[in-house]
Design a protein around this ligand. Structure first.
Ligand SMILES: Nc1ncnc2c1ncn2[C@@H]1O[C@H](COP(=O)(O)OP(=O)(O)OP(=O)(O)O)[C@@H](O)[C@H]1O
Ligand SMILES: Nc1ncnc2c1ncn2[C@@H]1O[C@H](COP(=O)(O)OP(=O)(O)OP(=O)(O)O)[C@@H](O)[C@H]1O
Ligand SMILES: [Mg+2]
Ligand SMILES: [Mg+2]
Lengths: 228, 228
């Protein structure tokens, strides 16, 4: 599903260059559940943003489901993102003056789902993450972990081919984390969703079947893990 | 140092009332290192915001270092916050279009520290959290964990009496987390800073000498932990 070759990403900050990715080559098959780990600043989010077609690499190639992403126009990239990828951002990225329900409906709005189906599917996604009773609340009226769960519901609602979750349990207590991870595991096993999950917690990585370790912009380890 | 009695906090959202705290009574001595844990939405941040004088309770009493906070004016509360309390927010709360250094200088600006001392102390705080070389970068140019560390440096720079850290390691890998926790432990043991730390990770809570457990707006457990 995902093939990257010699991916590089350099951020240009005035006179300084920050090499965030220094040549990443790997393949991820459909329906894998992969944990991405590594120190703060090692390039995990940069990698996820490129795989999620939210950012372009400085060099290197990326094929998503056989399509060379570099050859896609902005509109085609947006279509890929809306139809095939769900993204849980490290900082949630919720719209502040919008209800939890409207935030979760957003991906369905983009791909033209009719209003009634949009509303009921978004509510179902909020129920799955345990926030069905907070649908009318704005992000500022929710706790950190509740906001994170709204972001997870938004990523799930479109039943994407590929779900990219950047530290999805950073603000969740262990029990809520387990509930969310079981949701991701169920999507992976019963709906065939490919999951890439950035985490710094070994208990969370234990749900994955493979662990990719970043350090200083490179992959330093990539090994299968005992199936959960 | 901290005495709270029958603290309550109700958020009024339109016609709905959300009781975030339903009567919390406890005492925290100076120089304790306390972990605050509990499920998502159980009231931890609400409690921290009241203890940090960022929000007022709906009912109940709060004495900080013998002073009844309810009797303080807005300016007096701001003075208490600026001189005696350092706060690491769950969502970092950094100023986006400002450098990391200027973000860390902010508490020193509020209490009138002269410019040269302000700059050198802020740089020293960034060095302590491992970001001395990113002083000129804006938050949008930093990774999630790097932003979190800037927020920690800002909370430390004033050598507060009381340091309140809400999920300070949520975005940090284990090694960086240990570095930060050792900084907090050093401040607690050698500088006499009282530390309250919200976390959902038992490894992080293990650095504390006491564990307060929230559930549904109440304290359901409050016990000493083997000294780290
Ligand atoms: N500004 C607000 N307006 C309305 N309700 C709020 C507000 N802030 C928090 N709440 C609600 O109060 C309750 C407690 O929230 P709080 O942020 O204290 O929880 P928490 O324990 O910090 O959770 P988390 O671990 O998810 O950060 C939650 O149900 C939340 O939705
Ligand atoms: N928009 C940006 N502009 C400039 N530099 C950036 C930008 N985003 C990230 N960086 C830098 O690129 C490097 C990799 O960042 P990235 O966000 O990918 O790390 P990460 O592994 O996700 O870290 P964390 O675990 O702290 O979230 C870091 O040194 C960071 O400072
Ligand atoms: Mg990141
Ligand atoms: Mg909170």
């Amino acid at each position: 599903l995902i093939v990257v070759e010699a991916l590089q990403k350099v951020y240009h900050l005035g006179e300084v260059d920050v090499p965030a990715l220094r040549g990443v080559t790997l393949t991820i098959q459909a329906v894998e559940f992969v944990a991405v780990m590594g120190p703060s600043g090692s390039g995990k989010s940069t990698f996820m943003n490129i795989v999620g077609c939210l950012d372009r690499p400085t060099a290197g190639r990326y094929w998503l489901d056989g399509v060379d992403v570099a050859g896609l126009s902005r509109n085609e990239l947006a279509a890929v993102r809306n139809h095939r990828i769900g993204f849980v951002f490290q900082n949630f990225n919720l719209r502040p003056r919008t209800t939890a329900l409207e935030n979760v409906e957003l991906p369905l709005l983009y791909n033209g789902t009719p209003p009634r189906a949009r509303r009921s599917r978004a509510l179902a996604a909020l129920e799955i993450v345990g926030l069905g009773d907070r649908a009318a609340h704005h992000p500022s009226q929710l706790s950190g972990g509740q906001q994170q769960r709204v972001a997870i519901a938004r990523a799930l609602v479109n039943e994407p081919l590929l779900l990219l979750a950047d530290e999805p349990t950073g603000n969740l207590d262990s029990r809520t984390s387990v509930e969310i991870l079981e949701v991701l595991q169920r999507l992976n096993r019963t709906r065939g969703v490919t999951v890439l999950l950035v985490t710094h917690e070994p208990d969370v990585a234990a749900y994955a079947g493979r662990n990719i370790q970043f350090r200083d912009g490179r992959v330093v380890r990539d090994e299968p893990m005992a199936a959960p």
